[in-house]
Design a protein. Structure first.
Lengths: 352, 352
DNA sequence: CTGTTAGCGCTTTCAA
DNA sequence: TTGAAAGCGCTAACAG
């Protein structure tokens, strides 16, 4: 397999120079005489010699490697963050290592140790595991990690943790949604969400409740462990069983687009048409949301931007003294058809 | 930032032993006296010392790192392969690095060099860039890489390349689809696909044409550069413009589920109902395919299985002498509603 | 401009 | 059972 393992010394010998000179040639050091340069380069090319970046990293104390930790790369939101992070890292000569940490697990010392032993140059943490409201030692664990490498979190700010944090303000995002629905005339609005276990879900619920309160409306909540399309599909029936008849909601705010996918199917199976009989709004603006039937109104969280900015912040963490800051970004309401905003207009048009 | 940089020597001094002894303690070497072990362990714990895996790797000539290269992590198919690969690698103490290589680009020497310099213990290559039928030097480039590390490809086998290859047989998969549609009574079946630029797309088209020929049917082809939902959406109108009236297809075989998502929307906008007026079948069985309206009939390619098996093969590539083999897996036809298979039954039921 | 030297932090013979 | 010593492959002073 790896028969090819020439070292810099082999090249030096063959070229009749010292290893230092070869090193200089390799790293484009200016102080090399052109003819020496050529001579060495010829040998390097002849043997197709590739320096060992591990050895170089050992000496320079950097691995040119970034870690990125998230719960599920198959989730389109995380895939977007990851994708953008990788691009940004790559364009600066860094490589990304992927670490998975399940939604419901907390970050442990053992896990942290892996990162430390790998001597990463920085770590991006995103969602899930850094979310549990129950994990009170989270700041401690992350502060320990931070003694070894800069970290950037992409999630709602964690109380007691001093680090770079970037996120999209979900709370105000959901408030926008509720306001929009109320402007369309809805009074009985329900929130289909997960339990508070993750803070970013809690933020959504909080935004929902705050805005409903401000509008003087009574919130309808179905808060269970709902986080897949399948769970969304079954949740609808339960919600309408609990809140039936007069009390039935006319609009649904769904915790994310993935779940909303199931909610739409659930409503379809119940013969409830969207948006005529029920308005539906998601959250996330995934690639598929434009293609649901009807196209899903949702809020855009700009995950790629978070990944890009997070990585950039990480790469600059050494030179910038601002080792800790919070950056909140605004979400964007994407109005499509599932909320019924275009309903009246459509009807008007057809009536003409 | 990384103030914490104790070395094994610091620990050795503090514990009053040699670095060799500390090393033995750290790697659970049997020949250490229990009291020495405890003494050293105490110091290690006290300072929370974490050995530098980079240094260890340099000596042992392995990085315990696998590379995985694919065109787009946001694509659910690749995300699944990646996810499974990471799990399998992690469970064997390996970490995965992600490299992106765009769909349309070919793998270059420069790119290969990055991998070599990073001294990866193996590389998994998947889709896109290893696909172009035009890149005739592909085997050469990969053979060069292979001199440094084992590689596994996940794609239709590449002529002239000797390496481990695992894939799902798309050709027979699409043939199943066509057969199924013909059994449902369809005679005018169209294929909406991309150009031949990638072989895995070519395989699908080949399967389509082969089976149509075998059935004595005339194939209808819309083969352009269609690989996003948006392109799928617009493709329908073009197809029906070209092949209208009597010649209009009654069934559509779409190159993948992502594109099918757009095709469904395009048909909806044209007021063509699925499956009543047009049967649609996708390919890939993505997470969303069960939730389209109507649910999409498709073929399952088991990407997670490919990722798992590919990684496992990579990890065993050293001890197994079978340095090169092809493993083809069967695809599974997933019958849902968009193909109309349940149509008659439904009608019967409602007629009762 | 180039070579010598001394490591980076760890493991692993070989002796003791 | 433990320690001394010799590197893994490379870079970075420091001389010359």
């Amino acid at each position: 397999m790896s028969a090819e393992s020439l070292t810099i010394l082999d090249i030096a010998r063959e070229a009749g120079v010292s290893s230092a000179t070869v090193s200089r040639v390799l790293s484009q050091h200016p102080n090399v005489r052109p003819d020496t340069f050529q001579k060495v380069k010829a040998v390097v090319d002849k043997y197709n010699y590739k320096p060992n970046s591990i050895a170089r990293g050992l000496l320079q104390r950097q691995s040119h490697t970034l870690g990125i930790i998230l719960p599920d790369i198959k989730h389109p939101y995380y895939a977007s963050v990851f994708s953008a992070a990788q691009r940004e890292a790559m364009s600066s000569g860094y490589v990304v290592q992927f670490y998975r940490l399940a939604y419901n697990s907390t970050i442990t010392d053992d896990f942290i140790n892996q990162l430390i032993e790998r001597r990463l140059d920085g770590v991006l943490l995103c969602g899930g595991f850094i979310e549990p409201t129950c994990a009170n030692d989270l700041p401690d664990v992350l502060h320990r990690l931070q003694r070894y490498m800069p970290i950037v979190t992409i999630c709602p700010p964690i109380t007691g943790l001093r680090c770079i944090n970037i996120y999209t303000d979900l709370r105000s995002g959901v408030r926008k949604v509720v306001r929009h629905l109320s402007q369309l005339g809805h009074r009985r609005i329900a929130f289909i969400g997960a339990t508070h276990e993750t803070r970013s879900v809690g933020e959504r619920q909080l935004g929902f409740e705050e805005e409903m309160a401000q509008l003087g409306l009574e919130p309808i909540l179905l808060v269970e462990n709902i986080h897949t399309p399948a769970m969304g599909e079954t949740s609808v029936r339960r919600l309408l069983a609990e809140e039936g008849g007069d009390r039935a909601p006319t609009a649904l705010v769904v915790v994310n687009d993935l779940v909303a996918l199931g909610v739409l199917k659930g409503l379809r199976k119940l013969g409830i048409s969207v948006p005529e009989e029920m308005a539906v709004v998601g959250c996330d603006n995934q690639f598929f949301s434009e293609y649901t039937n009807p196209p899903l109104t949702t809020i855009d969280l700009a995950p790629e931007e978070l990944g890009l900015l997070g990585t950039r912040a990480l790469l600059h963490a050494h030179d910038s003294n601002a080792a800790s800051f919070n950056q909140a970004r605004e979400s964007t309401l994407i109005i499509r058809e599932s909320c019924g905003a275009y309903l009246r207009r459509k009807i008007d048009v057809s009536a003409e």
